[in-house]
Design a protein around this ligand. Structure first.
Ligand code: DX5
Ligand code: ZN
Length: 231
């Protein structure tokens, strides 16, 4: 699937959805005009929680046209790349802290036909992108410590987003910047103004139905930030 490109994009995190009726949740998101959906895969090792694996993603794949943005909070994610590619992930995001041979894992994702993305925990410096930025379709800036929904946005993440946007401009790549953790309509404008392209929201999205209205509210706020940060 081609990457939907009208920015800013909202990618609702299914972590806050009703796992007992995932297919209905996906239909409701699509019906509400969303184009992306964010899958949080947690392994109970890289992060304390366990959520879902590739078989669930695969079962849901035929039920929707949504762009599957899959965030692997998993130790040694290279063990599972083939499973998630086969499940129909459109984008696979692995953590820099969890993968020893990043260049190879990212190449496998791209060659497997998905967008390749790298997530950075709040403390992880942008320097780890120095040589691999051209390989990345997206960088995910974690603005909370991964593992749980409903946490507060870590303020220094804003500077990190701005610094990353500057690096991407200098490198001349088309790498998207995604932000995940504590994202709300209240901070959406400043996130986009500092360079964010894709906003992930779990609790601040799903707790406020109807989804179409919530989506519009996020977009309305996020679009106010356009025009800054060269976006
Ligand atoms: C957290 C996950 C997030 C989470 C965000 O580790 O990666 O995607 O669902 O939840 P909120 O938006 O509630 O902070
Ligand atoms: Zn996530």
């Amino acid at each position: 699937m081609s990457t939907p490109t009208t920015k800013p994009i909202l990618s609702p995190s299914l972590l806050s959805a009703d796992f007992g009726r995932l297919d209905q949740e996906l239909a409701d998101l699509e019906g509400a005009g969303l184009s992306w959906v964010h899958w949080d895969v947690m392994d109970g090792a890289f992060v304390p929680n366990i959520t879902l694996g590739a078989p669930i993603v695969k079962k849901c794949r035929p039920k929707t046209h949504l762009f599957f943005d899959v965030h692997l909070m998993v130790d040694r994610p290279e063990r599972y790349l083939d499973q998630f590619l086969d499940a129909g992930a459109d984008l696979l995001c692995i953590h820099a802290e969890a993968c020893t041979h990043l260049e190879s894992a990212l190449s496998r994702i791209s060659h497997g036909g998905a967008r390749a993305a790298l997530a950075l925990n709040p403390h992880t410096p942008l320097a780890c992108l120095d040589y691999i930025l051209p390989q990345l379709d997206m960088v995910l800036i974690m603005s909370v410590n991964p593992g749980f929904g409903g946490q507060s946005f870590i303020p220094f993440s804003l500077r990190k987003i701005r610094d990353l946007a500057e690096r991407i401009r200098e490198a001349g790549t088309k790498t998207l910047i995604q932000v995940d953790g504590g994202v709300t309509p209240e901070n959406a404008e400043s996130l986009v103004a500092n360079g964010a392209d894709v906003l992930v929201s779990g609790s601040a999205f799903f707790a406020h139905p109807p989804y179409s209205e919530r989506h519009q509210r996020f977009l309305q706020e996020a679009r106010k930030g356009l025009g800054s940060a060269g976006k």
